[in-house]
Design a protein around this ligand. Structure first.
Ligand SMILES: CC(C)(COP(=O)(O)OP(=O)(O)OC[C@H]1O[C@@H](n2cnc3c(N)ncnc32)[C@H](O)[C@@H]1OP(=O)(O)O)[C@@H](O)C(=O)NCCC(=O)NCCS
Length: 181
C-alpha cells in the first residue's frame, strides 16, 4: 500500500475520532471529593492530541485551549469518558473539539460534564511548523462544526491581537517588569 493510501492528503472527521476513559482516583480529587479542574484539563489535552495525531500523522503541540466549560463536578469513583475529533484544519493548525461525560458506577447514570476547544499545530521532530492535511466534513453536524471553527479562529486572532496591544501599552507605561498575561 502506498503512503498516499495509508495517509491520504484529505482526511475525514471519522478518521480522527478518539476516545479515552479514566476512573477518578483519590489523587485526582480536591477536599470535596471532586475531580480537580487541572486533572480534567490534562485528560482533555491528551484526548485532543490523539485526534490531532490521527489527523496530522506527525508531531503536534498544543497552541491553545481557548474555551472550556465545567458544567458539573465529577465525583471520586466516577468513570470519565472523553471523546474528541478534529473540527477543521487550517494551514498547520487544527481545531479539535473534546466532550466529556461522567458515569456513576453504581447507578449507571451518565452526564455531560465538560466541553472544550483546543488548537494543535503540526510540527516536525525539530519543532518546526508543518503543513497539516485538509479535513473533509461529511455529516450535517460535521459541516456545522467546520463552519463554527472558522468563526472561533477569527475570534481567537482578534483576542490575541488585543492582548498583544494591551501588553505593549502596559510595558510602555510601566516598563518590561509589568505583569500582564
Ligand atoms: C504553536 C507554535 C508552534 C506556533 O509557532 P509560531 O512560530 O507562532 O508559528 P506561526 O506564527 O507560523 O503559526 C503557526 C500556526 O499556529 C497557529 N497559532 C499560533 N499561535 C496560536 C495560538 N496562541 N492559538 C491558536 N493558534 C495559534 C497560527 O494561527 C498558525 O496556524 P495556521 O498555520 O493554520 O494558519 C509555537 O508557538 C510553539 O511551539 N508553542 C509552544 C507549544 C507548546 O509547548 N505546547 C505545550 C506542550 S505540547
Amino acid at each position: 500500500m502506498s503512503n498516499e493510501q495509508n495517509y491520504p492528503a484529505v482526511r475525514t472527521v471519522a478518521s480522527t475520532q478518539s476516545e479515552m476513559t479514566e476512573i477518578v482516583l483519590p489523587n485526582d480529587t480536591n477536599m470535596l471529593g471532586n475531580l480537580l479542574g487541572g486533572r480534567l484539563m490534562h485528560f482533555i489535552d491528551l484526548t485532543g492530541a490523539m485526534a490531532a495525531y490521527r489527523h496530522a500523522r506527525t508531531h503536534v503541540v498544543t497552541a491553545s485551549m481557548d474555551h472550556i466549560d465545567f458544567i458539573q463536578p465529577v465525583r471520586l469513583g466516577d468513570l470519565v469518558t472523553l471523546k474528541s475529533s478534529v473540527n477543521r484544519a487550517f494551514t498547520s493548525s487544527m481545531e479539535v473539539g473534546v466532550k466529556v461525560w461522567a458515569e456513576n458506577t453504581r447507578t449507571g447514570a451518565i452526564s455531560h460534564v465538560a466541553s472544550a476547544y483546543l488548537v494543535f499545530v503540526a510540527v516536525d521532530e525539530h519543532g518546526r511548523v508543518q503543513k497539516a492535511p485538509q479535513l473533509r466534513p461529511e455529516t450535517p453536524d460535521e459541516h456545522r462544526r467546520y463552519e463554527d471553527a472558522l468563526r472561533r479562529r477569527e475570534h481567537r486572532e482578534r483576542e490575541n491581537a488585543r492582548r498583544k496591544e494591551a501588553k505593549r501599552a502596559t510595558q510602555a507605561q510601566e516598563g518590561p517588569g509589568a505583569i500582564e498575561p
